[in-house]
Design a binder for this molecule. Structure first.
Ligand code: NAD
Length: 263
């Protein structure tokens, strides 16, 4: 590929062994970045690394549970230590977690979703700052239409709260880190065809609190189908590159107008 927008950049992708993270890791590598992928399972990590190397890209993988801040710190320190700097952070790992009525949602289930999606974002951003302060860089967070424009997914209270928290945190970080030329933005995907269903646990009580919501026919107005991970990856690439240099502190919806219908 002639266009190497991330030539020689050091990029970190959390949750980079599946779905949106994997598509973005591949896109980053195609554009010349050395990509470090953090995820849970060694098999998926190895497969992603192999895929990137088969297209001539550079990837290293680290098994890391991002809900554990100590492991995030260790991983980021390793990457920063090896390279002396980090240029791009994609804080993307996430789960839908347990979907249950608020009345019966267990504290542990709430914590698991919040820690996996929101606290991990804080940890990833926090521990990367020392390695980005000197040269600046770009941080991108995967939020969602849920918690930002859509509030009708009954049962997803922890998920939506984590996703709303991510955009609030993104704005705080964008302003605070602007002095170091570190930009911070969020992407808010609509429904995207990935493996996230495997991390979704619907409780039996959920039916009791469901509000019948009639989604209009064609609730994916632009393409009449869910989006593809690569479509999100293209936006993340733009935010990671200098082409978006004046963009910081904003969330961008990548949902084919789905959220405008479903709010
Ligand atoms: P996915 O399940 O295909 O990929 C998520 C990856 O994150 C997986 O490889 C998983 O192993 C990893 N992960 C989960 N928990 C982790 C942990 N504790 N530590 C390290 N890695 C962990 O799903 P996806 O749809 O690509 O999800 C990526 C992000 O996109 C999530 O933050 C999700 O909330 C967000 N999102 C997805 C959609 C959608 O419709 N798919 C819509 C809006 C937002």
């Amino acid at each position: 590929m002639a266009d190497k927008r991330l030539k020689d950049k050091i990029a970190v992708v959390t949750g980079g062994a599946s779905g949106i993270g994997k598509a973005t890791a591949i896109r980053f590598a195609q554009h010349g970045a050395a990509v470090y992928i953090l995820d849970l399972t060694p098999e998926n990590l190895a497969e992603t690394k192999q895929e990137i190397e088969s297209i001539g890209g550079t990837a290293a993988v680290i098994q890391c549970d991002v809900s554990n801040p100590g492991l995030v710190e260790e991983s980021i320190n390793r990457i920063g230590g090896e390279n002396g700097r980090i240029d791009v952070i994609f804080a993307n790992a996430g789960i839908n977690g347990t979907m249950a009525p608020i009345e019966t949602l267990e504290m542990d289930d709430w914590d698991q979703t919040i820690h996996t999606n929101l606290r991990s974002t804080f940890a990833t951003v926090k521990y990367a700052i020392p390695y980005m302060k000197e040269n600046g860089g770009s941080m991108i967070i995967t939020s969602s239409i849920n918690g930002n424009r859509v509030f009708s997914n009954i049962g997803a209270s922890a998920y939506s709260t984590s996703k709303a928290g991510q955009t609030a945190f993104m704005k705080m970080a964008a302003l605070e880190l602007a002095q170091y030329a570190i930009r911070v933005n969020a992407v808010c995907p609509g429904s995207i065809d990935t493996n996230i269903g495997k991390n979704t646990y619907k409780s039996e009580e959920l039916e009791e609190v469901q509000i019948p919501v009639e989604f209009p026919d064609g609730n994916h107005p632009l393409e009449q189908a869910p989006g593809k991970p690569e479509q999100v990856a293209n936006l993340v690439l733009f935010l990671a590159s200098d082409e978006s240099f004046h963009v910081t502190g904003t969330e961008i919806f990548v949902d084919g107008a789905e959220s405008l219908l479903r709010g």
